[in-house]
Design a protein around this ligand. Sequence first.
Ligand SMILES: Nc1ncnc2c1ncn2[C@@H]1O[C@H](COP(=O)(O)OP(=O)(O)OP(=O)(O)O)[C@@H](O)[C@H]1O
Length: 262
Amino acid sequence: MALWRRKQGEAPAVQDEPAKEEDNKTVLKAVQREAPADTGKPLLTVESVERTFQVGGQPLHVLKSINMELKHGQLVMLRGRSGSGKTTLLNLIGGLDQPSKGHIFFQDKPFHKMSDDQRTTVRRKQMGFIFQAFALMPLLSAYENVELSLRMAGIPGSEWKERIVHCMELVGLSKRMHHRPFELSGGEQQRVAIAKAIAHRPRLLLADEPTAELDSQMSAQIMSVFQNIIATEQVTICMTTHDPTILEVADHVYEMVDGKFI
Ligand SMILES: Nc1ncnc2c1ncn2[C@@H]1O[C@H](COP(=O)(O)OP(=O)(O)OP(=O)(O)O)[C@@H](O)[C@H]1O
């Protein structure tokens, strides 16, 4: 199942849905930062998960008996060929979809049993998403893009400036924060997307092929930013990749073939 140890995320709209006021307070209380990073328990556990789609009246078994753990502060990669099921699994982990069978626990709470609204609330407060195609608002500056994310997460306006400046520093873009996306390189745009995804201090960052559009130098920069974020922000990162050159920075790699880990 696990291949390597050290050494050896359709849904851009998710972040931008306006927050429903006052909903799901109970769920939020249950999940919000109640599990400190040193409990020893995994942040997320996937148990015997299956996902089947109906295609032309026939079942298509895309995920088959998946078991995995995301521990606090880890950089975990899902690797596999196109069509192996990586994005489907990432969508389940991020609560964008639900398993056909099996269980997913996030901070010890049964994510698979929550309603759509409850999962949306957990996602908005506790998770950040990064996609291959950056998902930035083109008419807003880098600063304003990150600000939008804080607004959507319901963070008080008085905290925005300090947090945005800090996040832009973390991704190495302090000097470019007032540029708009078209004035930035692909790697810089992806770093803005990372700042946007972590601004509300999520516990879990999910990234679907975050380096797919980038050359090897820019990909290495993104991985270095990920390592920096893990070290400073108490976040766990789970990402999909095709790229064998970046696997060595992972704490754990799951290799997926035809909907299963090998
Ligand atoms: N909603 C859906 N309905 C039917 N089939 C689906 C659906 N979503 C995914 N699939 C199928 O599930 C399989 C796995 O898709 P998935 O996108 O998870 O693979 P992947 O490993 O992420 O591929 P890639 O690297 O190309 O993104 C594919 O055969 C795909 O066509």
